[in-house]
Design a protein around this ligand. Structure first.
Ligand code: ATR
Length: 288
């Protein structure tokens, strides 16, 4: 696809987009590696999404990230999909390759790389995992757990029908692994058999009520992680730490999901360094 601009450019497409920390992350890497390029905010209402994505190259973009509420709609607008994006039916990363617009979903690699970095070998020790929530984030995380051959994945959700739908969605493609939908009230009863607990609900996020789950039945060897990263230590992570359990915060998921997009647009695979992490933490902790 022709680019009208000399410097490579990418953007975050969302509605709203202003809250996104992707420009901070990609801007940090561009500066860190002394590269020319730009990463913009693109606040695009749903009715304008098709035109915006169809005009991406004409506007000089080498690609984009896609966030709420556009991940599913963008999935239907690309020319080519990675296996991951096809499995999730949602995309968060777009780029041009041989004239075609590709879509990937790097939330999966973001989740997995974060656990690999924070709890090396976690997948070898995880026979059963508990995923709290059944929305878009849960779909990416359940898929990631399936690709790492986790044998039993319990999906607990307030609306049990969504947990069932998520289990049905992946069940056929992974017949040798079990996805068990359970109701919110049954979480505690299942905790004694879980090696990993992942919160994907919005509970515990700044401004939201905390998650009301008693972790005391979890084995002492269990790992607890959260897709929420504001605050950095969410109530469920704090409760796990108080019990002496190992935890991995959600910020790394945001940082690692950005790596592949940067490589596609700007041609260099960036590192998730301590300096980058500190920079994003400072932004989260800055008074707004
Ligand atoms: P995302 O794409 O970020 O996962 P989502 O699709 O809106 O966002 O999903 C939000 C998740 O948080 C859902 O699992 C939701 O439960 P429901 O499917 O029952 O709505 C969960 N959630 C949000 N508020 C909740 C609450 N007060 N109690 C329990 N679960 C909640």
């Amino acid at each position: 696809m022709p680019q009208t601009s000399a410097e490579p450019r990418a953007c975050i497409i969302g509605y709203p987009a202003k809250h996104s920390r992707s420009p901070l992350i990609h801007g940090f890497w561009l500066n860190e590696y002394g590269m020319t390029g730009r990463y913009d905010f693109a606040e695009v209402p749903p009715e304008d999404l098709t035109n915006f994505i169809k005009g991406l190259a004409d506007h000089g973009y080498a690609g984009a990230n896609v966030t709420v509420p556009h991940k599913e709609a963008a999935y239907r607008l690309v020319d080519e999909l990675t296996d991951t994006a096809r499995a999730l039916e949602a995309v968060n990363t777009l780029w041009f390759e041989n004239g075609k617009l590709w879509g990937d979903n790097t939330d999966v690699e973001g989740f997995l790389a974060n656990l690999d970095a924070g709890a090396e070998g976690w997948d070898r020790h995880t026979k059963s995992a508990m995923v709290l929530g059944a929305g878009g984030a849960a779909r990416a995380i359940v898929y990631g757990l399936l690709t790492r051959k986790i044998g039993r994945i319990i999906v607990a959700n307030r609306t049990i029908e969504r947990a069932q739908a998520l289990a049905d969605h992946f069940g056929r493609a992974f017949p040798n692994q079990r996805i068990e939908p359970v109701s919110w009230d049954d979480v505690s009863a299942h905790l004694p058999t879980c090696d990993l607990v992942v919160n994907t609900t919005s509970l515990g996020m700044k401004g939201q009520p905390p998650i009301e789950i008693d972790l005391s039945a979890l084995p002492q060897s269990a790992l607890v992680t959260d897709a929420v990263y504001v605050p950095l230590v969410t109530p469920i992570l704090a409760a796990a730490q108080a019990r002496g359990l190992k935890t991995v915060g959600g910020l790394g998921m945001l940082l690692y999901q950005a790596v592949t997009g940067f490589e596609h647009w700007f041609g260099h695979r960036p590192q998730v360094s301590d300096v980058l992490t500190a920079k994003v933490i400072a932004d989260i902790e800055a008074p707004k």
